[in-house]
Write a protein that binds this ligand. Sequence first.
Ligand code: ATP
Ligand code: MN
Length: 467
Amino acid sequence: MEKISRTKIVDLLRRDDFGAMVNVKGWVRTRRGSKQVSFIALNDGSTINNVQLVADLANFDEEMLKLITTGACLSVNGLLAESVGSGQKVEVLAREIEVLGACDNTYPLQKKGHSLEFLREIAHLRPRTNTFGAVFRIRHNMAIAVHQFFHQRGFFYFHTPIITASDCEGAGQMFQVTTMNLYDLKKKEDGTIDYENDFFGKQASLTVSGQLEGELAAMSLGSIYTFGPTFRAENSNTPRHLAEFWMIEPEVAFNEIQENMQLAEDFIKYCIQWALDQCIDDIQFLNDMFDKELIERLKFVLSHNFIRLPYTEGVKILEEAVSNGRKFEFPIFWGADLASEHERYLVEEHFKCPVILTDYPKEIKSFYMKQNEDGKTVRAMDVLFPKIGEIIGGSQREENYEKLCNRAKEMGVPEKDIWWYLDTRRFGTAPHSGFGLGFERLLLFVTGMTNIRDVIPFPRTPHNADF
Ligand code: ATP
Ligand code: MN
């Protein structure tokens, strides 16, 4: 076969130099036609769109033609031609076809219309579907948007550790990291496990958040963000939780809660705008396929200011709804942690707009959040989104050394684990704020997918770590 340098399909579909000899490589999506001619839809992942190959069967070897089945991988030389019937502007009149990889007839993606549940069981192949091609191209673009947004604003990308020995946040929901032989665990006299001979000489786990280390960086670099894998062993099998997910955590010196809220709003809107600008073919596909209101919803969020509301006001609204007959599964009262159904009621039914809820009771929030004058609430902020519930959790941080130590003690966080964190409040402390955005929750919103397992290539959830 003549050696011609490959053109990606995304580029090919934009060309109009008809008559040019081109090479395309990709996987067969469908093949149809007659005894004389075959129409082959080829996709190479560069775009959701296929290119149509037209093959005059008389020109090709019969045995080779038999191998052109759905899923097979081809390299094709041919003439770029104007197309009338393919739905695209161009097609390729095949001159030479090489089957790079035949596909046997056990290929599970023979026909369209598999359920998302079934596709999860073949996560090694699902990127080859239109749906997951679209989702993963969008996922890439959102990651780029995240870096663009912060880089343009002078934030530094800061890498926090994945293995950590401080479990101040996630007690009970951390995955332990060990090289000890679990069949032959050394115990101390009091029955507790002896970590002396473990790899780190103490108990270690996978991180649940890079925030504490992020704060250290903000006290020097000013504005930083992290973007990395995060692990939580919460046994909640919900459509919004993964055991392994990606989190983006900006932390900014001198920002107070108001500026933190504005940063969160600007950040989400930037990402959504980016998706509409860069991924419209994929979003349009998902819109038509799964969720007719997707694009409308994205545009709606861009054109509205997020509502800002204290928790106490939010609870009043919810209590009123209950007294007007609205039923919730979980009880609502001042002091209660809001369930997803409460968050979504505020966003979808009451305000019909994203909501930033602030000033939560200190009992249901972490020890590091800045305490309000009222002695009851802290400067927390959760950004609540339609269809998702909480998409961002953040706060202004307590910068006062005594107050922070006291709160840590009250909440049972041992000083020996966080002495380095407390040090920042002794050595030139400053007001500062930050938040965490779950990358997959953002992707749920942008793609319109309803299960978080469908926006990450290989989801990890309770009893599921295949592939
Ligand atoms: P939730 O109440 O929804 O379980 P959280 O309050 O435990 O979330 P934070 O500790 O505030 O979450 O984490 C910051 C962000 O990380 C959340 O707003 C969410 O977007 C995301 N997030 C948290 N836990 C998970 C998870 N298990 N899977 C995917 N994303 C998550
Ligand atoms: Mn939260």
